[in-house]
Design a protein around this ligand. Structure first.
Ligand code: MG
Length: 294
């Protein structure tokens, strides 16, 4: 009876030794594996592999050009906008409207005039009735980042609550609206391809909070007066997918079906003046080129 605890201890010691040995062997195994993994190399490419269908390149083609290097940007917070990627064209960095013009009204109709929107505290704000803005630079296929905030003080409802819009090529509208607990027709809420497609979901933040649109836009193609390829848009609001390469029916229109009319391959980026004090900050664009271009 007295021997039993000692036996138990001995058995315990045995299993301890066994596990120590196992740990040791395991450790040596990891160590040698690590040693074996250092200095491994792979060929920089191949010239004897099959040619990819529809491409002029082979699988892992050694001659295929390397894509340009881009330093990624940083995320935005409510307090401050993030940094754009290194190859972005910055259209608004919070300081001034030097990259923008406005569509004139009244006697200045069809003329470009100086923007009447105000710039303060790192954002621009719509001054109702002064006219929509459009960028001096023109764009076709592009990746676009826009940050916006609906007015913190709620005035009006439906389409009269924080209405503005991102006008791709100055005519295809991704709706900006305060859609936080503010019902309106689905194809007119925030992120809608206005009058055509509602967003897949409502990913709206509260009025006054900064929101992001990340848009990948494919410009329409015309041959003479004929549309040969419509426009497409992929849209994320606050990182949430709203449209997945959705075909655009035509230019923005209210209460009618928008249609296409021929225009240049590149047009300005527009921001709508819908007479509500929407704010914008951190607007940048990257031109989207094809594969294998440097
Ligand atoms: Mg609008």
């Amino acid at each position: 009876v007295l021997e039993r605890p000692r036996m138990k201890n001995l058995r315990h010691l045995g299993s301890l030794l066994a596990s120590a040995a196992a740990t040791c062997i395991f450790g040596v195994a990891i160590y040698s594996a690590t040693q074996a993994h250092t200095g491994r190399t792979s060929p920089p490419g191949y010239d004897d592999t099959p040619v990819l269908p529809g491409q002029k390149w082979r699988v892992h083609d050694i001659k295929r050009p390397h894509p340009p290097v881009v330093t990624p940007g940083t995320e935005s917070s409510q307090a401050r906008p993030g940094r754009p990627p290194s190859d972005a064209i910055v259209l608004f960095d919070g300081r001034n409207l030097g990259n923008w013009l406005a569509h004139g009204k009244g006697k200045d109709k069809n003329k470009a005039v100086a923007p009447g929107w105000k710039v303060e505290k790192g954002y621009m704000q719509v001054v109702g009735g002064t006219g929509a803005l459009f960028s001096k630079q023109k764009f076709g296929d592009c990746q676009l980042h826009v940050e916006w905030a609906a007015p913190p003080r709620i005035e009006g409802s439906g389409q009269w609550r924080g209405n503005s819009g991102v006008l791709l090529m100055d005519r295809y509208e991704i709706q900006v609206l305060d859609s936080y607990d503010n019902p309106t027709y689905a194809d007119g809420q925030a992120g809608a391809i206005y009058g055509q497609w509602p967003p897949l979901v409502n990913a709206s933040r509260k009025p006054g909070e900064w929101q992001t649109f990340d848009i990948v836009f494919e410009a329409p193609r015309f041959e003479g007066d004929k549309l040969v390829k419509p426009a497409f848009a992929t849209v994320f609001q606050n990182g949430v997918l709203l449209h997945h390469r959705q075909q655009i029916i035509g230019r923005m229109a209210h209460k009618v079906v928008g249609t296409y009319a021929p225009h240049a391959p590149e047009e300005p980026l527009g921001l709508q003046d819908h007479d509500t004090p929407v704010r914008y900050r951190n607007i940048w664009v990257r031109r989207v080129k094809g594969y294998d271009q440097q």
